[in-house]
Design a protein around this ligand. Sequence first.
Ligand SMILES: [Zn+2]
Ligand SMILES: [Zn+2]
Length: 436
Amino acid sequence: MKRNISTALVAAGAALVLYDAPVSAREAEIVGKVTAIESKVIAWRRDIHQHPELSNRETRTAALVAKHLESLGLEVRRGVAKTGVIGVLKGARPGRVLALRADMDALPVEEQTGLPFASRVKAEYLGKMVSIMHACGHDAHTAILMGAAEVLAGMRQQIAGTILFVFQPAEEGAPSGEQGGAALIMAEGALNDPRPDAIFALHVEPGVPGRIDVRAGPMLASETALHIELQGRQTHAARPWEGTDLINLTADVIKGVTTLSARQVNVFEFPNVVTIASVQAGLRGNILPGTATLLGTIRTFDAARLQSLQQLIRTNIDGLAKSYGASAKVEFEEAALVTGNDPQILQTILPALRVAAGPAGVNTEALLRGAAEDFSYFEKEIPGIYYIIGSTRGYTTKQAAPSNHSPLFDIDEAVLAVGVKAQVLSSLRYLHTAAP
Ligand SMILES: [Zn+2]
Ligand SMILES: [Zn+2]
């Protein structure tokens, strides 16, 4: 908490330097406003954490958000892509349109943090009652954006342009048979009027608390699901020559697709990953099965690379299946596109991120991440910004910090204020900086 410093800066009234980042009097005043609502943001985060909801089921969270946005005098749209909420803040002067996005959904994970506000919630998932937890930090994202909305709504008179606060459902993926998330928001046309000129989002992740990781261009991978069905003739395991040895074929397919992804494309140009993560073949030791199913994932940072990998995988599996006298069906299903940062917009808002991060700093050369984001479906049509805030309390090493989706995942609540500052300051920078 930097209460004293921000007050001192407001008093000084001139451009000053805070942690090597030049801070204008206006920015210092905003830092003060964020500090003033910090305890509210923490309380929201704890409340949402204690009441997690699965993807497309975020009704309580959505009601909390909508009520808050209404109390700020914003135009509020409910039921966006099922349970989403959008708040519209019109500044006093005309200008660009910016969307800020937070995701609201939790995961089927049984919380083990031991926090006083830990979740004890259970809900139905795939026909079973399971424990639910905000194990990806979307509770923090929702609380941060509620806080940013409050600060920005209080500055309406000074804002040129329009800000949309987009609270989206189902970032982690809609339940099977349902649509959801960012793709559904776009398909519904929920961002057509007004159409954003840019969209920003953040994510908490294990790391030094308050440190912001970002990079121009691609940052998070695209995700493509890989589904392989092998078909042959079932036979006695003692007489493989009388049927098809699908088990050996399965082994060759696993080796084949993972090897080609490292040997038949230029991994110095862009990295990529092909993983087979699930194999279902055979029931017992004396029967060679007639079918085998393999499931996997492809992660890339480039659309052309994804296309060539898909072609290589098909050719490889077809060839292997033929050599065994088997047949193969290979299917790819797009799950997310590449998520990254528009270089020009990043340049514009970087000073704001530096002020927000304070002494923890901004790393503009963040490593590429194999994880994927639903946010990519916004970025498919709208220039975007996506940054990560390190959030581990008492951070020592990455290995020691429970990862997102772990039952032990938790955040240092000091980063909530960093997130609010980052969103408020970057929004103002974006809206009030002339287009290059
Ligand atoms: Zn997640
Ligand atoms: Zn997440």
